[in-house]
Write a protein of this length. Sequence first.
Length: 220
Amino acid sequence: MSDFGEGGQAPYERALSTGSSAMLQLREVAGARPGMTSLIDVARFTASADDVDLAILERGDGAVIDLGCGPGRMVRAAIASGRHALGIDVSSSAVELARSDGLPVLQASLFDPLPDEGAWGQALLLDGNLGIGGDVVALVRRATALVRVGGVVVIETHPRRRRSRQFDAVLVDQHGGRSETFPWAEMGCDALVGALRAAGVDVSGQWTLRGRTFVEIVRG
């Protein structure tokens, strides 16, 4: 299996490199509901940080690490606010776009050894990146290990609060181009809080702002 949207016709990479504003389909290919789709708005990733994004940054302090940063809108916003920031992404096109804008972005998996592990003030898992790897508890534990004691992890969840899906997926563009299969997950706020508490992970907060839902963890 590949990482998010890689291989095949690589629709995500192509959308980024061409500046396409068309939606991509995230399609379940193996799981409880094969054929079920969600929409991925690539144009949102290339836009500037909005008021909700900026409010997320205000909930933390110190250096920011954005996991699955895409072209780097949150990295740019963090730096503009006077904070040190680093983006992490596996996509070569996303990294190229970010670096062409002068942003510090590392092409790597968030499960690779990363700079300053255990010292970041705030880690971000936004824009559906909770799905990376298909195991949300393992992903959240990894993100939490990256921040210092007292540091915060902000996780954006699926807008349907009880949504809980773990599946193999492909990305499909408007021309029918498909990626290779990759593991993914979708989880709403209530489902995520329940899964984390069952795994012994303390949740410090949850909120909704302009239709986007979030969970926050403070590392103890």
